[in-house]
Design a protein around this ligand. Sequence first.
Ligand code: SF4
Ligand code: F3S
Length: 106
Amino acid sequence: TFVVTEACIKCRYTDCVEVCPVDCFHAGPNFLVIDPDECIDCTLCEPECPVEAIYPEDDLPDGQEGFIEINAELSRIWPVITEMEAAPADADEWADKTGKAELLER
Ligand code: SF4
Ligand code: F3S
């Protein structure tokens, strides 16, 4: 399965959602997650993300392992998103920031 990691937080560009053939992205206030039970590992979303937030679960950057459970948990709560939405007005300012995990809104 593929996993959305910290880089997405406060960027939320949503380029990823329209390519998913099984509609497994779910949207929260400032972050998106992938439903691990629905993802078919097609790989199409990974190159769509401008901030490279999406990785296969077995090839996550160091420190991002906690996002496996965050994707699983929040995909059960948040609604499905299949169409692009406008990114936050200040998304570009957050694009190369790290340490955003605590800014995740649920
Ligand atoms: Fe959807 Fe494919 Fe990305 Fe999985 S890898 S979330 S199926 S686009
Ligand atoms: Fe997030 Fe990248 Fe998608 S910033 S919403 S994972 S395009």
